[in-house]
Ligand binder design. Structure first.
Ligand SMILES: Cc1cc2nc3c(=O)[nH]c(=O)nc-3n(C[C@H](O)[C@H](O)[C@H](O)COP(=O)(O)OP(=O)(O)OC[C@H]3O[C@@H](n4cnc5c(N)ncnc54)[C@H](O)[C@@H]3O)c2cc1C
Length: 437
């Protein structure tokens, strides 16, 4: 029997488990670890709560998790409860699928000010990640500035702009729904260093901004390049730019009924965050021009008022003791998924934060092929039985998949009307619901 330990139960982790089952069938046992008592990584805590159809991919992971050759080992933090070296002693191969859970720092004067958040924290707050549930953002001011021109920035802007009714059918956590319901924001600025041709926003997500109940997007026509230049763009980006053009053409009469404006501020590079009494009040930005795709400062600066700032500028992997780390790239040092023989990485922990959920699938399949090449024969290591002995010895409160199903059922029972679930936002409640308290 071949024994694999996959660390992280997000898309990359479960695609790797799926690939291992396809490759070795009943000749493999896979333990999928997660530091949380609940599985699925960013499917649960990143993907927007009003995008339930995307979250449905978890059903595919559940099918893998229910295989008798796969175990979920939740509530075990690798690097803390058990080391990578210990896992390597127990399993034939260890695959890190730990994602990139940390915000890339903005690194500007004033970034420590109150009501300035990274998107991992802010998204984690409205999605009920235990680490960020207590974030307590203040939405009583008029203007939110969202820094970044990707889909995460769109998610944050949309969530900030929606009415309570527009969250029907979503699994946004109650504390966030109530806070958003009392929000006084009437202006959301999406700020980016470069122009419309350099956005990383996909058409579906961008298009949603045009159909909000109380909010309307605004693009300054002067920021749009000559339309003839759009033909050079790849089709998806061309579609997104066409949407920006349609936003620029929205008549003022339509805006009259929309008290919340979502403003695209292109060619604006943040220079410093400004504040009063420790709390953010604005962002000083420098006007840029774009040359060969790069933003070049013009020296002209201005201040964008801001009562809330959310930085959506990317993520980094957390280092784990004794695992080679590429500081510059913010991910594990690896050669196409191989860190060392017997130690691998997949997904965001391997590539950094890019691509869609599906991009993680080929990662999983290719790493399984690498393992097969590196280790044509199993080593006779103890695998799950060895881990179980160690967990008992350390009195770890391991949450298995059947325990997660109890948590899931309790979350479903607690759901407000029309919602799929009310997520538990602290580990103790999860453990209690799992019957492990
Ligand atoms: C805000 C946001 C919205 C997104 N929306 C979409 C979308 O709409 N569509 C789309 O296609 N993609 C979307 N993505 C991208 C998608 O979520 C990622 O491609 C995918 O989740 C990456 O998978 P992963 O398994 O590498 O990492 P993750 O999903 O982050 O999973 C990593 C797992 O590892 C666990 N872990 C971390 N450290 C440890 C440790 N030391 N020990 C044990 N466990 C650990 C974590 O708890 C987590 O469960 C979004 C991403 C973000 C941030």
């Amino acid at each position: 029997m071949r024994h694999l330990a996959i660390i992280g139960s997000g898309p990359a982790g479960y695609y790797t488990a799926e690939a291992a089952l396809k490759r070795w069938g009943d000749d493999v046992m896979v333990d999928v670890f997660d530091r949380l008592p609940v599985p699925y990584g960013l499917i649960r805590s990143g993907v927007a709560p009003d995008h339930q159809s995307i979250k449905a991919v978890a059903k595919r992971y559940e099918a893998v998790a229910l295989s008798s050759n796969v175990r979920f080992i939740g509530n075990v933090s690798v690097g803390q409860d058990i080391s990578v070296a210990e896992l390597q002693g127990l399993y034939d191969a260890v695959i890190l699928a730990t994602g990139a859970p940390h915000d890339r720092p903005l690194d500007l004067p004033g970034d420590h000010l109150g009501n300035v958040f990274g998107s991992a924290a802010f998204v984690g707050w409205y999605n009920g990640h235990p680490q960020f549930a207590a974030l307590d953002p203040d939405l009583s001011g008029p203007t939110a500035v969202v820094i970044g021109m990707g889909n995460v920035a769109l998610d944050v802007a949309r969530i900030l702009a929606k009415t309570r009714a527009e969250f029907a059918g979503s699994d946004i956590v109650g504390h966030a729904l109530d806070r958003l319901d009392g929000s006084r924001l009437n202006h959301v600025v999406i700020l980016g260093r470069r122009g419309p041709h350099q956005i990383a926003m996909t058409p579906k997500e961008l298009g949603e901004l045009g159909h909000l109940e109380r909010a309307c997007p605004r693009v300054d026509p002067a920021d749009l390049p000559d339309e003839a230049e759009d033909v050079l763009l790849e089709p998806g980006l061309r579609k997104s730019v066409t949407l920006l053009r349609s936003f620029a053409a929205i008549p003022e009469s339509y805006r009259a009924d929309k008290p919340v404006e979502i403003d695209f501020d292109f060619f604006a590079s943040p220079r410093a965050l400004l504040g009063v009494d420790g709390k953010v009040t604005g962002i000083e930005v420098e006007r840029t021009t774009v040359e060969k795709g790069r933003a070049i400062g013009t020296g002209e600066t201005y201040v964008v008022p801001a009562s809330l700032v959310v930085c959506c500028i990317g993520y980094q992997t957390s280092p784990i003791p004794d695992v080679p780390f590429d500081e510059r790239q913010g991910r594990f040092a690896n050669d196409e998924g191989r860190i060392l023989s017997g130690l691998y990485c997949v997904g965001w922990a391997r590539r950094g934060p890019s691509g869609t959920i599906g991009t993680n699938r080929p990662d999983g399949y290719s790493v399984v092929e690498k393992i097969a090449e590196d280790q044509p024969h199993q080593s006779g290591k103890p695998g799950p039985a060895g881990f179980d002995r160690l967990a008992e010895h350390r009195a770890l409160k391991v949450v298995r998949f059947r325990d997660w199903k109890k948590i899931e059922e309790a979350e479903q029972r607690a759901a407000r009307e029309g919602a799929p679930r009310e997520k538990f936002v602290d580990v103790e409640t999860m453990i209690h619901a799992a019957g492990k308290g």
